[in-house]
Every structure is written in structure tokens, then in C-alpha cells.
Design a binder for this molecule. Structure first.
Ligand code: UDP
Length: 498
């Protein structure tokens, strides 16, 4: 009886901390935050990912897997696009924005998610412990503030970029750049390694003047947040993490590489948008036939689109490089019949040596295959970090946003990259310049995949970082322990009644 009395008088255990994650609606943002949500759920917290119906549908595979594993992981659907936005119903992800005419309405419709988001959070009892919102979702700041919920922001790029971006803003670099000439080189102050940028390669957003408003709002939301979560690891970026934390004045939680939470074939395949049925098996079977480290993987993320003239230069470059390759071509890039025919002819000429994947590819499965020895990347941070985490050196071909500074990190600081040689961004749509002729593709791929001390050095460094990345995510590793601390710090603060 005494035991029964004691049990009855014990207070119930506190609920696990509840994290509500709000990714920006683009693959490069949804993928790492969903990985983070799954990790939080695996480690004893509750995780809810808030997004729009199209993205919820794309993530169904992830949710089903989490449910089978009994993880407290859920997807929460908010209505979008708002009535009157003029956007087509399926324009719910940056990769569904068709052209320049949809670009601004899409960006300016996103803050309308604030109302439904606030209603969702208000209805939760107890209130969530913490909101982790993408840097590109500054509209979450007002909701968190009005409900008194701590808010961290998730910054997608490398810590090196985020530091340069912050210091550029803190030290008036953008004003100096605007007053100078196009070719002027500007040092970025307050960064522990020498970094120079031009007007074209300065920390930027999306090369669209109108998005500068969003950039200012994001900066403000960043300054008022309770901390930041970054997808990197200390052995890769310790000096920039320390500087960033000092410059921000709030905690920086370094918890990556998040992609390493995908430990089996099913989760690597269905991280977000699932590749066409059977595609992963076809690619894996093809890779199994190739010699270890011989294949170059070529893919430019989820948003960039090449118009035919530039696309064909890539194809010719891969053909003339003589190396085995897997090249990912997006559906809109291959829409024109003459492009489709050209690709088929290229495949015929390079049969057995080249594989052209049309549409979404299982990138993580490719990068983790032992046959892959190099990656031609646009330097989106997820792609670059996924490559490093699998010990694969890169050819760097930045297009916009953080990618030029990520390139500097890969080439000059980490020593794992060969630049293809671009010096200016491409506009996000309808840019018909040929920034990279086939000769440059051949030169860079040959340097990456060939022999010699420099190439060997890049391969060795990439392998060393991969080993350190793996250790960072294991029990006792820096990212693993940082995640523990993150969860624990919100166990204390969370659980207020709604
Ligand atoms: N990705 C993929 N298959 C594709 C294209 C992209 O799995 O065909 C994934 C890639 O692994 C990465 C993300 O999409 O996780 C792209 O993010 P990144 O930051 O590299 O570039 P962005 O798409 O934001 O430009």
C-alpha cells in the first residue's frame, strides 16, 4: 500500500521537449531540417515539421518511416498559396516557381503563413519548448514573440558564409561595394582567414533587387533570435563557429552533417522528394559496375536551371573528359524536343561510360557509393557538405547566394575543391550566358579525377574530413553532444501550459 501511495503522489514526469521546425519551402532547406527533426525525435524530443501541402505529400515516405520506428515525428500542414496571391495551386516550393513572374508573388505570399502558423501553435497544450525557424522565414519571429516561445533560427549555409554575411552587414561592406567599381576586390572584415569578394561574389541573396527587403527582415529576425542551429561540424569550421558566436552574441548549436542521420537505403532514398520508382536500383547497379573512385557525379542542386546552350557545354565537356559520369538533368532543362534528342545521342555515344538521370536523383545514395570519386557541384551547402561527409572532392561551380563563398571555403580553406572558373552569378531564370565552356569542364574534371600530388591531396583531405564528420555524429562526438545539450536546455525551459 505504501508503494501505491508514493506512486500516486509522485508528479507525472515532464513531457519531452517539443521542437516545432519551420523550413523555408525549398528542397535545400526542407531536407536538412527534416533530418534535424528526425534526429531530435530519435534522441527523445518531440519534433513537428510545419510546411505546405505539396511538401507534406513529398515527405510522406519520411513520415511513414518515422511512424514505423515509433518516433515522435509529425508533419503539420499549413494552407498555401493564400487566396488572391495569383499563384497556381502547386506553387508551394521554390522548385515549382516557373518564371520571373511567379518569383516575387511566391516570396511575398510566404508571410501569409504567419496566421495559420500562430493558430496551430496556440492550439498546442502544452506550448512547444522551442521554434526552430529557417533564416528565410523571418515571419515566424512575431509569432514566437507574441506567444513567448524561444526561437532559434536555422541558417542553411556554411558557418564561413554566415560569418562573412554577418560581418559584411556589421561593417558596412555592402555600402562600400555599392560605391565602388565592378572589378574592385573587397576584404571581408572580422573573419579569421583572408576573404575577398567583388560586387558579383559578395554575400548575396538571390540576385533579385526586390528580395533585399526580405534579406533585411531576415537579418533583423536573426538579431532577435535566442540562438542559431548550423549544419556543419566543428572539425570542419571551428574557427568560423567561434567567431560567428562571438559576433552574434547568442549560442551557435553545431549539429551536422545532418545528412549522416540517413543510415539505410530506404532513408537515403526517400529523404524528401522521392526519386522515380526503381531509379535508385538502376543507378546503384550501374555504379556497381564501375571501378572504385572512377565516376564523376554532376548535379546542380534543386533550383538552378541551365538553358540549352550552357547545358550542351556541360554534356560536351563530360563526353570529352573521357571519365565515367552520372549527370543529373532537371525535367524543365530537358523539356525541348531538340534537347531531349541531343541527350539521347550523347547517351548513345557514351554508352556504358555515362548515365544521364532526368529529374530528381538519389544524391546521397550516389555520393556514398564507392565508385564515385568526384562531384561537380554548384556549391549549395547541403551538396558540398554531403560530398565532404562522404570523402568526395569537388569541382566548384557556384551560381548564386552563398555558393561563391562556399566555393572559397572548399578551395582555399579546406583544400578539397577545383574551381571551374566562374566569377559572376547567373540570374535565377532566363540567363542565356555560357559562363562555362566545354574546355573548362574538361580541364576541371581532369584535374579533379586525375593523378598528381594536388589531386591526391584533395582526395586525402576529403577522406580525413569524412572520417571526422562520421565521428562528430557518433555518441561522444561534438555534433552528437551538442544536440544532447540543445535538447536538454529546452527540457528545462519548455512545457508551459497553452
Ligand atoms: N538533391 C537530391 N537530388 C537531386 C537534387 C538535389 O537529392 O536531384 C538534394 C541534395 O542531396 C541536397 C539538396 O537536394 O540535399 C540540395 O541542396 P543544396 O543546398 O545543395 O542546393 P539548393 O537546392 O538549395 O540550391
Amino acid at each position: 500500500a505504501a508503494a501505491t501511495t508514493t506512486a500516486a503522489t509522485l508528479p507525472p514526469p515532464p513531457p519531452p521537449p517539443h521542437f516545432v521546425l519551420v523550413p523555408f519551402v525549398a528542397q535545400g532547406h526542407i531536407i536538412p531540417l527534416v533530418d534535424l527533426a528526425r534526429l531530435l525525435a530519435e534522441r527523445g524530443a518531440r519534433a513537428s515539421v510545419v510546411t505546405t501541402p505539396l511538401n507534406v505529400a513529398r515527405l510522406r515516405g519520411v513520415a511513414e518511416q518515422a511512424a514505423r520506428a515509433g518516433l515522435p515525428f509529425e508533419l503539420v500542414e499549413l494552407p498555401f498559396p493564400p487566396p488572391g496571391s495569383g499563384l497556381p495551386d502547386d506553387c508551394q516550393n521554390a522548385d515549382m516557381v516557373a518564371d520571373n513572374y511567379q518569383f516575387l508573388p511566391f516570396f511575398f505570399a510566404l508571410p501569409d503563413l504567419a496566421g495559420p502558423f500562430e493558430a496551430y501553435v496556440r492550439a498546442l497544450a502544452p506550448r512547444p519548448s522551442c521554434i526552430i525557424a529557417d533564416w528565410c522565414n523571418p515571419w515566424t519571429a512575431g509569432v514566437a514573440k507574441s506567444l513567448g516561445i524561444p526561437r532559434l533560427f536555422f541558417h542553411g549555409p556554411s558557418c564561413f558564409f554566415s560569418l562573412c554575411d554577418l560581418q559584411a552587414a556589421n561593417h558596412g561592406l555592402h555600402e562600400r561595394i555599392a560605391a565602388g567599381g565592378d572589378e574592385d576586390q573587397h576584404a571581408v572584415p572580422g573573419v579569421p582567414v583572408p576573404v575577398t569578394v567583388t560586387k558579383a561574389t559578395a554575400p548575396g541573396f538571390l540576385n533579385h533587387p526586390a528580395t533585399e527587403v526580405l534579406r533585411d527582415e531576415a537579418m533583423e529576425a536573426m538579431r532577435t533570435a535566442d540562438g542559431v542551429v548550423v549544419n556543419t561540424f566543428l572539425d570542419l569550421e571551428a574557427q568560423f563557429v567561434a567567431c560567428y558566436e562571438a559576433a552574434l552574441g547568442t549560442p551557435v548549436w553545431v549539429v551536422g552533417p545532418l545528412s549522416l542521420c540517413n543510415r539505410d537505403v530506404e532513408s537515403t532514398a526517400s529523404r524528401s522528394k522521392t526519386a522515380a520508382a526503381g531509379r535508385q536500383q538502376v543507378i546503384t547497379a550501374w555504379l556497381d559496375e564501375q571501378a572504385p573512385g572512377s565516376v564523376v557525379f554532376v548535379s546542380f542542386g534543386s533550383i538552378t536551371r541551365k538553358l540549352p546552350r550552357q547545358l550542351l557545354e556541360v554534356g560536351h565537356g563530360l563526353e570529352y573528359s573521357g571519365r565515367p559520369f552520372i549527370w543529373v538533368v532537371k525535367e524543365p532543362e530537358a523539356a525541348a524536343p531538340e534537347v531531349r534528342e541531343w541527350l539521347e545521342a550523347l547517351e548513345a555515344r557514351t554508352a556504358g561510360r555515362g548515365l544521364v538521370v532526368r529529374g530528381w536523383a538519389p544524391q546521397l545514395a550516389v555520393l556514398s557509393h564507392r565508385a564515385v570519386g568526384g562531384f561537380v557541384t554548384h556549391c549549395g551547402w547541403n551538396s558540398l557538405l554531403e560530398s565532404i561527409a562522404h570523402g568526395v572532392p569537388v569541382v566548384t561551380w557556384p551560381h548564386f547566394a552563398d555558393q561563391f563563398l562556399n566555393e572559397q571555403l572548399a578551395v582555399s580553406v579546406l583544400g578539397v575543391g577545383v574551381p571551374v572558373g566562374v566569377t559572376a552569378p547567373v540570374m535565377i531564370f532566363d540567363d542565356d550566358t555560357v559562363a562555362v565552356p566545354r574546355e573548362d569542364v574538361v580541364r576541371a574534371v581532369s584535374a579533379l579525377m586525375g593523378g598528381g600530388a594536388e589531386a591526391d591531396g584533395r582526395r586525402r583531405k576529403a577522406k580525413e574530413y569524412a572520417e571526422k564528420a562520421r565521428r562528430a555524429m557518433e555518441k561522444g562526438g561534438s555534433s552528437y553532444e551538442n544536440l544532447t545539450q540543445l535538447i536538454e536546455s529546452f527540457r528545462q525551459s519548455g512545457g508551459k501550459e497553452g
